[in-house]
Design a protein around this ligand. Structure first.
Ligand code: ADP
Length: 458
């Protein structure tokens, strides 16, 4: 069932329950007062009859019958019977006693309780005792409350029609208002439905009132911003990756074509093939980096972590770097000597990924510094292991800092130095996987300081 129908039905059910209870209460209270009023009249009638019959000697039953028949105030279908102490009828207003004939148990009950009111097939009956000269008489008066019952029938009709009319009105207005209140949601659904890959920049309208629906629209828009951003990063990634792969392939093709134009000496061939080999090596590095980035971008849950000593990972990364580039230099120190040296530098992680991250940062530091030198400062406290990787190189412009973790981003001042812009995004993701933090402080032409923090294994 749709929300609109659910709201309307719930609203209708609540109002219907209230109205039905209210109508029943009105009906039964009215019925109670009708009966009470009629019983009073019946009782009065019975008492007057007894008074005339028993206490006035001049009035005999025949005369009383005559008086009653001519009495304009008598009740509809009025029937009065008087019994003496021996339960003998001494007076009956009509010739027959009808269903009020001598029911001894009824007479006993009246004598017992002195006064009784009951209803039998639409007739109200009042029974009471009357004592005169030590004789106890029983008078039973019955009549049909024509006026009262007609009024009650009218009340029933009014309540039934009123109920039906009110519920129709409530059902209709509930449906209309639920529709009106839900219209903005339907609008949001419709607008979100229209957003496809081709128009990801489209947004949902946000109204000025700060209600739940405008918050929902706002949330959708924030989500769309993130989706669009992720989509664009992905698109740029694919475009950049293809570009970076195509460039070396074009160079290789060019080199081979030039070589094949004419006959070459062995030395010339060697030189060309060496150049081609260099390009292939770089292509290999790029392919490996891309693969690594794709792997660490997978779900964290697939990663297997062990205890890793960070000083060991840094040592191995340094060895790899200096073996590859003997002209690069790495200087070690401890931030807070005694504490960091004594403290454990172990974290939960993957040693190969951590080596890869440190290698990238150290290589960048050396690569982007004229002195090809980087300083690694290790520190630790109760909860964290910190590593600073500092250089005195070209630095990063403030505006570029927020882009350096985007794949293929290369700052303008770094473009003359070879690179692909994959190392930092890879490093960032690796630090993220280790629940660590990475921050960079840099000034153009003064140097760069990458500050890493890893939570300690307790
Ligand atoms: P690459 O080193 O291949 O260019 P990275 O992803 O490692 O790619 O770095 C991205 C960019 O960040 C670099 O091109 C450079 O502009 C900037 N950068 C990173 N490290 C440094 C650094 N130590 N000094 C100056 N710039 C840096």
């Amino acid at each position: 069932m749709k929300i609109r129908a659910r709201i309307s039905v719930t609203f209708l059910a609540i109002v219907a329950a209230n109205l039905v209870v209210f109508s029943l209460v009105i009906y039964f209270i009215s019925e109670y007062f009708r009966q009470k009023h009629f019983y009073t009249r019946l009782g009065d009638k019975a008492k007057t009859t007894a008074l005339l019959l028993i206490e006035e000697d001049e009035i005999n039953p025949k005369l009383l019958q005559l008086i009653e028949r001519k009495n304009l105030t008598s009740l509809p279908e009025e029937h009065i019977i008087v019994y003496n102490q021996q339960n003998k009828v001494i007076y009956a207003s009509a010739d027959t006693t009808g269903d009020l004939g001598p029911h001894n148990d009824l007479l006993e009950r009246i004598r017992e309780r002195k006064q009784i009111y009951l209803r039998r097939s639409n007739r109200e009956i009042a029974g009471l005792t009357y004592t005169h000269q030590n004789q106890e008489y029983v008078i039973i008066a019955s009549a049909y409350d024509e006026y009262g019952l007609t009024e009650m029938a009218h009340l029933r009709t009014i309540l039934a029609f009123g109920l039906a009319f009110s519920l129709t009105l409530v059902g209709w207005s509930g449906w209309v208002f639920a529709g009106r209140f839900l219209r903005p949601i339907s609008k949001v659904i419709h607008q979100v439905d229209q957003i496809k890959v081709s128009n990801l920049n489209q947004r949902v309208d946000v109204s000025d009132n700060n209600d739940e629906i405008s918050q929902l629209a706002h949330t959708f828009n924030s989500m769309l911003n993130r989706v669009q951003e992720a989509f664009e990063v992905q698109r740029n990634f694919v475009a950049n990756a293809s570009h970076e792969l195509r460039t070396p392939l074009t160079i290789i093709t060019g080199q081979i074509e030039v070589t094949l134009i004419k006959q070459r000496t062995v030395e010339e061939h060697e030189a060309k093939w060496k150049a081609v080999q260099d390009v292939i090596k770089r292509l290999n590095v790029l392919a490996n980096n891309l693969l690594e980035l794709a792997q660490v971008s997978l779900d964290d849950a697939t990663m297997k972590f062990n205890e890793v000593s960070l000083d060991d990972a840094i040592y191995q990364a340094t060895k790899m770097l200096t073996t590859r580039r003997p002209d690069y230099h790495v200087i070690f120190s401890f931030a807070n000597e005694t504490e960091a040296m004594q403290s454990s530098l172990t974290v939960q992680g993957s040693i190969s990924l951590l080596i890869s991250a440190f290698l990238n940062l150290m290589e960048n530091g050396c690569k982007f510094s004229p002195d090809n030198q980087v300083e690694v400062i290790l520190g630790a406290d109760e909860q964290w292991v910190t590593i600073q990787i500092k250089d005195n190189g070209i630095g990063i412009a403030e505006a570029d800092i927020r882009h350096i973790y985007e794949p293929f981003f290369r700052a303008e001042n770094a473009k003359r130095i070879h690179g692909y812009g994959i190392g930092l995004p890879l490093t960032y993701r690796i630090i993220q996987l280790h629940r660590g933090e990475i921050n960079v402080f840099s000034r153009i032409n003064e140097g760069t300081n990458f500050l890493l923090k890893f939570p300690k294994t307790l």
